[in-house]
Structure formats: structure tokens, C-alpha cells
Design a protein around this ligand. Sequence first.
Ligand code: CFM
Ligand code: HCA
Length: 541
Amino acid sequence: KNTAAAWTASAVKEELLKKYPPKVARKRAASILVNEALENSTPEIQANVRTIPGVITMRGCTYAGCKGVIMGPTRDIVNIVHGPIGCSFYAWLTRRNQTDPGPDGQNYMPYAFSTDMQDSDIIFGGEKKLKAAIQEAYDLFHPKGICVFATCPVGLIGDDIHAVSREMKEKLGDCNVFAFSCEGYKGVSQSAGHHIANNQVFRHLVGTEDRAKEGEYKINLLGEYNIGGDGFEIDRVLKRCGITNIATFSGNSSYDQFATAHKADLSCVMCHRSINYVADMLETKYGIPWIKVNFIGAEATAKSLRKIGQYFGDKALQDRIEAVIAEEMAPVKAAQAEVRPRTQGKTAMLFVGGSRAHHYQELFAELGMKTIAAGYEFAHRDDYEGRQVIPNLKVDADSRNIEEIEVSADPVAYKPRKSAGEMQGLEESGFAFKDYDGMIPDMDKGSLVIDDLNQYEAEKLVEIFKPDIFCAGIKEKYSIQKLGIPMKQLHSYDYGGPYAGFKGAANFYREIDRMVNSRVWSYMKAPWQENPELSATYVWE
Ligand code: CFM
Ligand code: HCA
């Protein structure tokens, strides 16, 4: 079935570009890379640039990255969308971030709060309507916080959502109201929205509360959004190890978690792309160092736990972590042994967001499956090449409209757990703080790495390689399945999950086994296979 042998990666690249007009082909060529990562060098890839007009991209918008991704999973903040109802509806629970309302029961997640802008608001301005919406939400719920999100028309007509928020915050007195200028058009993708959300949540919320959960080993979990219950599984494992999670940014998070995040000893960054700005700001202002972790994959989970243990350097903690790993790993290994004879040697393609296309390669490797092509929708070069390769890569194309906020050390709150000498000792012993490999150095030589894949290229890749599974999002799901290839959504998990941690790994093994070994796909025929007359090409007259 697999015809990949007949193609070299370079030939595939050429084939993908062949169809484009010369200018488009030149632009796309820089985003398509035949992986030649060697021990000490990683090839450069073009990323985080504007999608070429006319191309059907997989990407989303800045508003989606800010409202939907970063702030969406926070349960007790009322998130008001200032804009047309379609934008509100789009970001209403579609991301499958799960919530446990806890003993206080405050959970506004099931609601879609919107100003429902109409033509007349566009003409006469929507500020009055926004004020009324904030007041109404406050009167109904009395939340600790209200966040306001701008959609495209708000930026175009110039409503001052920040002035409205300041005025309402003052008027209400006991409710923190602040706004996000996350108009959809602002950046080149969701990525700009992450940055805007990071800045505002840090500026208006982080560090505003002085008490925090007690615990010997306190961490923040950054870049984990509890999709399909991933965050619940990670919290279960951390708890077993005796590690206290102060704040998750932002899966199943609450106002108080953000407000007390500065009380942690260490930040653990799961999805670097979406939250690295908060990690850096927590370090600058409060002296909290950060490390890169990954809880996707059983081995990666064990490695990340050990890294946390190594940072704290406490023998009792490290022993406990080892005991937990040993116990959790047994059923995972059993699940692996069961499915591997059926999954070994199969191939996968992953085109997802800004971190999962990399992280999920671990899980496929545990199944003995090879990732032959992968790419992000909106990640930056550091996510591809590794942060250590380009440590000072700060300025990105999508940041041109986004203010870098000034953060300086706060001597009162600045209480690093380790002394400068201890930190230096750790680094000298080879402890890698921010260093992590990007997607490219982790992938095999000769594999294809493609940024901002589009509809045409996706179908062409599938046609050439016939992978055993293709992973992407809802927009890709049915076009790929119509080509007779099983398609796994790695955003929403196709209503499954969790896939993180140990239990999640075993779930994933079973799910992928079921998908790549189902006979149903062999009965599928693409329209042109069934009716060759449909494959006739259009001829210009
Ligand atoms: Fe980070 Fe995410 Fe992702 Fe992302 Fe997203 Fe998502 Fe994703 Mo969809 S924060 S970059 S902007 S891991 S929503 S939970 S699945 S594209 S790979
Ligand atoms: C977003 C959210 C999304 C979309 C997923 C998809 C998610 O970017 O607006 O395309 O299937 O994970 O829900 O990435």
C-alpha cells in the first residue's frame, strides 16, 4: 500500500510546488523543508509569516488564539466577546477544554457572553452596549473578573474597550475588568492572540493575590489546556508524586490560580508556543525559573517528572517520583505490548497547531510508528529548530502589532527558591533549563517538515505517501477521510481522551490501533477512483 519508496522527499517537495505560479512556489518553498538535521546543525525553516492570499490555510485568527485558547478555559472569569454573535458562537466550548467547578461551583464556561453587535453598533459605536453588557454580567453573577475580547469590527470602528473596562472596574469596585485588543486580523494566525493574552493576564492578574496553596514542591503548569481531560490526568500524577500545582495556564483554571502564580518555585512549560511569554515574565519579575516539559507520551511523562525531581534536588521527592513511575508504567507497557504487533512499522502525518505536531510524535514512536511528515499551523522558528539554536529570537512577524510589555524584577516578591550558586551548580551539572529540541532535530533525516500546510498540499501528500493515519483538525477531517485514510483530530481528540500522562498514553495506543487497523478504510474509494470520468481536467479555451 505504501508507495513512499518511489519518492524521495526532495521529489515530493518539487511535486508540491509544481502546481503553483512561480511567485507562490518561491514563497512556499521556504516553508517546506526536507529534514537534514545533523548532530550540530538544524536547517532553518520559514514560519510565522502571512499565509498567501487565495490559499486554503489550516490556520485560525488572533481572536481564536486569545479568547478561545488562552482565556477560554478559565472557569470563573466572565469572558465577554465584543462583536458579532458568530465570533462568540465559534469560541463557545468548541475546544473541548474540560472543567471541574470545584467546591465553590463557579463555572461560566457553558455560557456564551456576547454584545451581539448589529449594523447600528458598527455605525454609531458599540461602547454603550459593551458597558451595559459588563453591568448585566456583574449583576447576574458577581464574578471576580470580567474579560472583554475585541473582534475585527471593534478594531475597525475604534471602540475603546480598554477605557470602557477601566471605567467599569472603577464603578463596580470589587470586580477586575480588563480587555484584550485581539482583533482577528491582527497577526498572521492564532499566535498573536496568545501573545496578547499572555501580556494582559500578566499585567492585570498575575501576582495580585498574596496567599497560595501550601506545598513543599510548588510548580506552575504552563501551556496545558485540559483538552479531553489531559490536565486532570497530569494533576493526578503530580499529586501522587507530592508536587503541588499552584496554577495551570489555563486548563481548568480559576481567577485565584492566576493571581497566585507568582508563589510557585518553578514553571513547567508544556506548550511553549502559546505561553512562553508568561514563562519569561514570571522569571524576570519573580525569579521563577522555567523548564520545558512534555506529558504527551509515557516516556516523556517519566522524563518530565524526573526533571522536576532533579530541579528540587530532594532525595525523598526523587524516590517518590521513581516509585510512581514504576507503578504507572506497568499497565502502560502491557497496553503497548498488546497493540504494538499491529501498529509497528505503520506511518503517520501530523499537522497541528503549535506544539502537538511535535509532542505526539512521541506517542507514535511508542507504538513503533514513524512520522514521515509533520508541521505546525502557526508555530515560530524556535518551536521548529529548538530554543537553544536561536536563543535570542524575540521579534517575530506577528508581533509587529503587539507591544512588548516592560517587566522588571520585583525585589519585594522576588524570592527564588534556589540561590544563584545553586542554580549555577545545577546548570554546570548539565541541567537544561530552557533548552529543548524543536521538532526538526527530533525528526528523522529525510522526513518532510512543512509549515502552514494547506488543503492542496495535504491532499497531495496523502496521495503520494498513503500514510496509515493523518492527524489534524476539523477542517481537514472529512477531506482526508474521503481519500480513504483514517484521520485523527489532535485538537479535539475526536471526542476521546485524555491522551496525556500514563493513563492517556494507554488510551491513545488503543485508539490508534483501532483506527489504523480498521478495514473500513479499504472500502473507501476517492471519487476519481470510482468514476475516472470525474478526473477530467479543465481545459482553458
Ligand atoms: Fe498549544 Fe494547545 Fe497547540 Fe495551541 Fe491551538 Fe489546542 Fe493546538 Mo488547537 S495551545 S499550540 S493554539 S497545544 S487550540 S490546546 S489543539 S491548535 S497544537
Ligand atoms: C482554534 C482552536 C482549535 C481548532 C481546532 C480544529 C482547537 O485554533 O481556534 O481546527 O479542529 O483546538 O479547538 O485549534
